[in-house]
Design a binder for this molecule. Structure first.
Ligand code: COA
Length: 196
């Protein structure tokens, strides 16, 4: 890839008024998009993978990060994301040093109305949104789905292939579908940025 082509994704971010800190490393071309009333921020020294082999787990998709409506996506510093989707209509926060493994989906809304009549009529006016907060130094295994309203405390680990909904204390190891706490992490728990 020429130097100009490798800079193109960052030029697109600037044109779209996505804020990002120094040291952003993009491997492949992510789709990162901020709607006009939304806000999208990426901290310093983050790495975002979007090529099939940019993570040798094998990525099924590019990374997609969307801040829609009046929503906010706030990604801290030193965060790694591999071939995953983050889609916010209200709020998705990811704390510093968290890693989002290959092929994850993180949503703060359900995309379709939960009311059968509205859904049939393609009405999207009353979509339910609930903020998703992922603390610092959280390790999210590959192929996880994190659903609206989920709050994950600092230093948690989410097992591969988990479907996560709920509030989880710092230092929990969470796995399964629906994901449950299977144990506590051995590491020292630091002061958190997520209030539980
Ligand atoms: C969650 C994880 C870290 C736990 O590892 P561990 O602490 O060594 O735990 P163990 O392997 O001893 O498993 C403990 C228990 O949790 C269960 N478990 C572990 N991972 C699980 C998962 N992803 N889903 C459901 N259950 C799981 C095990 O079956 C075991 O149950 P048991 O005690 O009834 O036998 C690990 O299994 C995992 O999922 N790693 C993520 C790997 C990954 O995706 N890397 C990123 C790639 S991009």
């Amino acid at each position: 890839m020429s130097k100009f082509n490798s800079q193109l994704p960052k030029i697109m971010l600037k044109m779209n008024k996505v804020k990002y800190g120094k040291g952003l490393k993009l491997v492949g071309w992510p789709f990162i998009f901020r709607f006009s009333q939304a806000s999208l921020e990426i901290g310093e020294d983050c790495a975002i993978n979007s090529n099939f082999l940019s993570n040798l787990i094998g990525l099924y998709q590019r990374t997609i990060i969307i801040a829609r409506d009046k929503g906010t996506v706030r990604i801290g510093s030193h965060v790694g994301i591999s071939g995953s989707t983050l889609y916010a209509r209200e709020l998705i926060e990811v704390g510093d040093y968290s890693v989002i493994g290959a092929n994850c989906k993180i949503f703060d809304n359900d995309f379709h109305s939960l009311n059968p009549e509205e859904r049939k009529a393609d009405i999207y006016d009353h979509l339910v949104t609930r903020p998703v907060k992922i603390g610092k130094n959280v390790f999210i295994g590959c192929n996880c789905i994190i659903l609206k309203g989920t709050v994950i405390g600092d230093n948690c680990i989410i097992g591969a292939g988990s479907v996560v909904h709920g509030t989880f204390e710092s230092g929990s190891v969470i796995a399964g579908n629906p994901a449950k706490v299977i144990k506590k992490t051995g590491g020292q728990i630091q002061e958190g940025n997520v209030e539980l």
